[in-house]
Design a protein around this ligand. Structure first.
Ligand code: NBP
Length: 483
């Protein structure tokens, strides 16, 4: 009888094909399957030619060719296709078999699938996969969560195909139910924030300081040797200096209207749902929305006054240094906010999240990979119960070192009328988070004044009282009217 496969992979598009070849490189026999089965033959005859990959033309054939417990990984379009495939595979599985969804599924869907499959004795895993085509082929960042009983059966495959930082794989068990997909969602949200922060630095260097593209590219290449060392800084340095066939810089010819697929928006929505101020990711999503109003902006640019052209008369090198520090400080705030959201979701869902492990999973293989994630990992290694990254000694001293520059950059941007939504919101969050007193006492008074919503006194927290502010209202407080 022919050799049985270690794992089956359904979905022969860009991610599936490359993950299969990656698994093959690491010695695993993979059985490939796809809804359109001709793609199985095409794949075996072309990309997988000469490998140990085998194919199947039906779900039954695929399941029959697997070692037990059976491991079936899906890399198909998220949503209904995943449910449809789960329904089709189930009749051919036995108790203890494993289904892994590596697509960009919503974490609530993964939660639901985990629960319903557990009742049937099937172990379900929802794994974030990041790194795009190249990552899938040579080492992605993998964020698996779901039924923990599945982990010992998939650990070796997952950790061997994942990206490595030194000898450490960028893959570890994230936690229960939908946590792997939640972590992937927050990763994508942070990616939106990182990208917008770099765009704001570019805008300031170009339109305030007046650097040309080659100079900006050189600055970023320099930044990439220090604390900002990251994949996104590296590629932006390359993008800025890239010249079109006519010798002009290509990036300057690209329409300034950003697209999005929704994962940044999902992060912002869950931040609102859980009441966590993930302001930087929220602003980065809104910045893309504002950019997309291109026609309205073109019209408004001729109608609405700004401060007028202000000549930059400062020290260029010094201001560029201030921008790098503003970027670093804002980035720290963004990650602190992302981890606050993870902590809250873990509380709501009862997940036991491995925060240092998450930093390590993002350290390599994915779009937000950076040296800085090593510092985050170190912070959680030092104190796994760390309540907020900003309170770790390393990050505390980074904020101390950066804050003056950060304030100068935001103030300059406001003065000259350059929008820096993420630099600014990060600073506002930082100042709010470090404030013993905020003006929310007045909000409470206003709420009580117009809606009898009650308030607590500083000296007596937990006891809610109502004041008849006008002398005309009654003394009855509201229980239902929420503003
Ligand atoms: P796609 O997201 O383009 O999905 C293509 C696969 O889904 C094909 O196998 C296709 O089968 C199958 N499929 C579709 Br489309 N509709 C289906 C349906 N109604 N029923 C059954 N199968 C269906 O592929 P991808 O870009 O390789 O991504 C795979 C997953 O990984 C997605 O969830 C994606 O969001 C996620 N992801 C992608 C990237 C990336 O960089 N592309 C990165 C990280 C994660 P067919 O061949 O018969 O049409």
């Amino acid at each position: 009888m022919s050799e049985k496969a270690d794992i089956a992979l359904i979905g022969l598009a860009v991610m599936g094909q490359n993950i299969i070849l990656n698994m093959n490189d690491h010695g695993y026999v993979v059985c490939a399957y796809n809804r359109t089965t001709e793609k199985v033959d095409q794949f075996l005859a072309n990309e997988a030619k000469g490998t140990k990959v085998i194919g199947a033309h039906s779900i039954k054939e695929m399941c029959d060719k697997l070692k037990k417990p059976r491991r079936v990984m899906l890399l198909v379009k998220a949503g209904k296709p995943v449910d449809d495939f789960v329904d089709q595979i189930l009749p051919f599985l036995e108790k203890g078999d494993i289904i892994i969804d590596g697509g960009n599924s919503e974490y609530q869907d993964t939660d639901r699938r985990c629960k319903s499959l557990k009742e049937k004795g099937i172990l379900f895993v929802g794994s974030g996969v990041s790194g795009g085509e190249e990552g899938a082929r040579y080492g992605p960042s993998l964020m698996p969560g779901g039924n923990p009983e599945a982990w010992p059966h998939i650990k070796d495959i997952f950790q061997s195909i994942a990206a490595k930082v030194g000898s450490e794989p960028c893959c570890d068990w994230v936690g229960e139910s939908g946590s792997g997909h939640f972590v992937k969602m927050v990763h994508n949200g942070i990616e939106y924030g990182d990208m917008q922060l770099i765009c704001e630095a570019y805008h300031l260097m170009k339109d305030v300081v007046g650097l040309d593209n080659q100079q900006m590219s050189d600055v970023l290449a320099q930044w990439n040797k220090g604390e900002l060392d990251s994949f996104l800084i590296e590629i932006t340095s390359n993008i800025l200096k890239y010249k079109d066939a006519d010798g002009s810089y290509l990036v300057e010819k690209i329409r300034d209207s950003a697209g999005q697929k929704g994962t940044g928006k999902w992060t912002a929505i869950s931040a609102l749902d859980y009441g966590i101020p993930v302001t930087l990711i929220g602003e980065s999503v809104f910045a893309r929305c504002l950019s997309a109003l291109k026609d309205e902006r073109v019209f408004a640019s001729k109608e609405l006054p700004g401060p007028g052209k202000i000549q930059f008369d400062g020290d260029v090198k010094e201001f560029v240094q201030h921008i790098s520090k503003a970027l670093y400080a804002s980035k720290i705030v963004s990650y602190a906010q992302g981890f606050m959201l993870l902590r809250e979701a873990a509380k709501v869902y009862g997940w036991n999240l491995n925060y240092g492990g998450i930093a390590l999973m993002w350290r390599g293989g994915c779009i937000i990979r950076s040296v800085f994630l090593g510092n985050i990992k170190a912070a959680f290694d030092k104190n796994s119960q760390l309540s907020n990254l900003l309170l770790d000694d390393f990050f505390k001293s980074a904020m101390k070192e950066c804050q003056t520059s950060w304030r100068k950059v935001v103030a300059k941007a406001v003065e000259v009328g350059i929008p820096t939504p993420c630099f600014s919101t990060a600073l506002a969050f930082y100042d709010g988070f470090r404030s013993e007193r905020l003006p929310a006492n007045l909000i409470q008074a206003q709420r009580d004044y117009f809606g009898a919503h009650t308030y607590e006194l500083l000296e007596n927290p937990g006891k809610y009282i109502h004041t008849n502010w006008t002398g005309c209202g009654g003394n009855v407080s509201s229980t239902t009217y929420e503003v």
